[in-house]
Every structure is written in C-alpha cells, then in structure tokens.
Design a protein around this ligand. Structure first.
Ligand SMILES: [Mn+2]
Length: 259
C-alpha cells in the first residue's frame, strides 16, 4: 500500500488541537507503516522550516525520530517541499533518510500505475503575482541573504510570514473544480502525454479534500489538510481512497485501473 498526506502545518498554533497535531501524525505514520510500501509527505508538513549548514529549528523531535525509524526499517519516505517548507535542504535527507523533492511534480510508477505527485503550488496557470513571489522565495540570493540573518530574527520573520499567510484566509478553501490551476495542469498533462497518460495526480496545497475524475481518464486527488480535519490518501490494489483520520471515513475514491 502507498500512503499520502500533506499540509500538516506543524508548528502553526491555530486550528483544532495544534499541540497534538504532531503526535497524531506520528501515530498515523506508525499505523500505516505496518503495510506501507512507501509513504509520501506531499508538502507543507512544517508551517515554517529553515535550516542552516550547522543549525536546524527547535521542535518536531517526535516526527524526526519517527521518520528516521521508518527509513531505518527500510520504508521509503518521499518528502515534497511545499510553499511553507521550500527551504528544506539536506538535513531531512542526511539525518532522517527521506528522499527530498523540490520540483513542481514527480512521476512515479506505483503498482503498475502512473502517479504524478507534487505539492501543487507550482502547477497550472497562476496569476503573475504568485509566480513572481514563488520565484523570489526560490532565489538562491534571497536564501543566502536570509542565512546571513541571526536565527533569532530569521525564524521570527519566517514564522510571522507563515502565520500571517494562514490567518489572512480561511483554512478550508472552496473547491473550484475546472477553475483550479491543478486541474488545468492535469488536463494539459493528459493532452500532451496521449500514449502514457497518468492514472492519478496527487497534490496538496489547496487544502481541499476531493477526488476529481478527469473526463479524459484518470483522477486528481487533493489531500486536504491537518489543521482542522486530518486526512490521508491510500493507494492499493483496489484503487485510491481519501480517508479521514483517525476515523477512516471514506471521503472520496477512484478505482484507477492499471495500464
Ligand atoms: Mn498548506
């Protein structure tokens, strides 16, 4: 089985039970590790993360320990940078053994299915302002300048930005269907890959919980968020399901057929 979760926003002190969000995530990782072939953490796992060459942020020790334990046991953990944790460099790889991804999307073959995974903030048509902002955040110069700041100010600035970003709009976004840039990306992908279309697109970012079937075949799964409403995706022989956690109520599904 393959498991997926995104937008946990660890460290963000809003929503339901922020103190226990990390414990819940670790409990989930523990449970799914029993039959996981791989675990995908699809971005915005941390509400803000910045690491220096010799220094990492305080906290998150339960999660970091659990990730290290899982990878030591041989379970692959794929960790995607989201727009809140783009500045994850080598530490999570070197210390916790996860594989890091920072490209807009990555193609996987899981159980004979073509699955495209990405956080989603860099997918599809987006307004110019957003594109400029993400280019700035990804610029080496800005990252270098930021690393010159004393960690006290850097973390204060980063956490403040992250919090204001969240409190300026509601946690739960209304799903806009065809208007979602990620749906636009999925159509474009299928159109440009007629001989090898994707069976499933999996993303986070929007905080919507949806499994959206594409008319041309395949589906797009939006993994929701853990601020108010923890959810996860599971892909097995029977297809993909989006489930609540810990109640495991099925919120959406897609019977993706193998090619
Ligand atoms: Mn998010």
């Amino acid at each position: 089985m393959y498991y997926f979760a995104s937008d946990i926003h660890l460290g963000l002190q809003i929503g339901s039970d922020p103190e226990n969000r990390e414990r819940l995530l670790v409990q989930w990782l523990d449970e799914v590790s029993k039959d996981a072939d791989a675990i995908f953490l699809v971005g915005d796992i941390f509400d803000f993360w910045y690491e220096y060459r010799y220094v990492v942020p305080k906290g998150f020790t339960r999660l970091l320990g659990k990730l290290s334990e899982l990878t030591d046991r041989g379970i692959p953990v794929h960790f995607f940078g989201g727009n809140h944790d783009i500045w994850t460099y080598r530490y999570l790889h070197d210390e916790c053994g996860v594989t890091l991804y920072h490209s807009p999307y990555t193609e996987f073959e899981l159980d004979g299915r073509k699955v495209i995974v990405g956080h989603g903030d860099m997918l599809g048509p987006r307004p110019a302002g957003q594109r400029i902002l993400s280019a700035i955040f990804r610029s080496r110069l800005l990252q270098w300048l930021f690393s010159m700041l004393h960690p006290y100010w850097a973390m204060m600035l980063g956490k403040g930005w992250s919090r204001s970003n969240r409190t300026s709009r509601p946690v739960a976004h209304i799903f806009r269907g065809e208007e979602e840039p990620i749906i636009g990306f999925a159509h474009e992908y299928q159109r440009t890959h007629p001989s090898a279309p994707a069976d499933l697109f999996i993303c986070g970012h929007t905080h919507c919980a949806e499994v959206y079937p594409l008319p041309e075949g395949g589906a797009v799964a939006f993994l929701g968020e853990w601020i108010d409403n923890p959810l996860y995706g599971v892909l097995g022989p029977g297809g993909f399901e989006l489930k609540g956690y810990p109640d495991r109520a099925v919120i959406g599904k897609s019977g993706t057929t193998r090619q």
